[in-house]
Design a protein around this ligand. Structure first.
Ligand SMILES: NCc1[nH]cc(CCC(=O)O)c1CC(=O)O
Length: 326
């Protein structure tokens, strides 16, 4: 059944690398079925354990970028699989020299969901409520919206986190709506937070299919082209360029949202101080010359450049200076 390393797809089987968490397996299975159909090939899921899965350290202390993606990328480079499926928001913004983004399928809901006991919402949570999240962005947004509540650093998969609400360990957790939806747990959300005042992580809700840079399997390439969704790729690109542009000069939490609305590619970003008391915001729009991938990508680069320049010009780096200058 399983083919040896380096024998990419020779037996008509496409090996799809994935994290082994329930969420990753669920979303990879959905993408893998589409690849199988488009390539008219068999697929085999190859689970890869990543440091982000095994470490109990808080996500913030793991350094954020790359803990989930690195092991998948190594498995791909070693030839243990032909493609890997990531949550795009877990993929470092820097390009890997040996890899390319084969496809960004149609994106799911980019919003964060509050999953609270007793149907509570951000506005109706009692004073001092305990809210589970380890994300510096969500903590800053929470502190800005409800300075009286207490963020609690929790880890674990989606079911573990929801279980902490059921057991009463916390009053609510903040999770990506997309992940809840893919697990069939959308019902757990008691409030979907508006992207207007609660923008989320760059690429949240989008998946990324990565492949080795060298081209070989034509059927696989055509399948990835068929799955790629131009506006999802462009909005995720715009958001990730903001993150990349700020990473150089700013370590503060960032929320960013882009969408394509008829004629317009719109991008808006917030940079927060860690305690949520200060916030910089910038919004820009561009009109792509056409809906072609190339024109959408040009528009994405254009809006991202303007948003980054404005945020840095307004002092984003001073909200939380990069480590080395502290
Ligand atoms: N960092 C963990 C992670 N990576 C992707 C998702 C959700 C799915 C997505 O954004 O596509 C999650 C969980 C969460 O933030 O609730």
């Amino acid at each position: 059944m399983s083919s040896g390393a380096g024998t990419a797809g020779t037996a008509g089987t496409i090996r799809v690398g994935t994290r082994a968490s329930t969420l990753a397996m669920a979303q990879t299975r959905q993408v893998a079925e589409r690849i199988a159909k488009a390539a008219k090939a068999e697929i085999e899921l190859v689970p890869v354990t990543t440091e982000g899965d095994t470490s109990r350290a808080s996500l913030a202390s793991l350094g954020g970028t790359g803990v989930f993606a690195a092991a998948l990328r190594e498995a791909l480079l070693r030839g243990e699989c032909d493609v890997v499926v990531h949550s795009l928001k877990d993929l470092p913004t820097a390009e890997h020299p040996g890899l390319r983004l084969g496809a960004v399928p149609k994106r799911a809901d980019a919003r964060d969901a509050l999953c609270a006991r007793d149907g509570l919402t951000l506005a109706t949570l009692p004073e001092g409520a305990r809210i589970g999240t380890g994300s510096p962005r969500r903590i800053a947004q929470l502190r800005a919206a409800r300075p009286d509540v207490t963020p609690v650093d929790i880890r674990g998969n989606v079911d573990t986190r929801l279980g902490k609400v059921e057991s009463g360990e916390v009053d609510a957790v903040l999770l990506a709506a997309a992940g809840l939806g893919r697990l069939g747990r959308a019902d757990a959300a008691t409030e979907l937070l508006s992207l207007v005042d609660w923008p989320t992580a760059a690429g949240q809700g989008a998946l990324a299919i990565e492949v080795r840079r060298e081209r070989g399997d034509r059927a696989l390439e055509r399948a990835l082209e068929a799955i790629d969704h131009g506006t999802s790729r462009a909005t995720a690109l715009a958001e990730r360029l903001v993150l990349a542009g700020l990473e150089a000069g700013c370590a503060a939490p960032v929320g960013v949202t882009a969408f394509v609305d008829d004629e317009l590619l719109f991008l808006s970003a917030n940079v927060y101080s860690a305690d949520g008391t200060r916030r910089l915001t910038s919004s820009h729009a561009a009109t792509p010359d056409s809906r072609s991938s190339a024109d959408l990508a040009d528009a994405a680069r254009d809006v991202a450049d303007r948003v980054v320049a404005e945020l840095l010009g307004n002092g984003a780096a001073e909200l939380a200076p990069p480590e080395e200058s502290r």
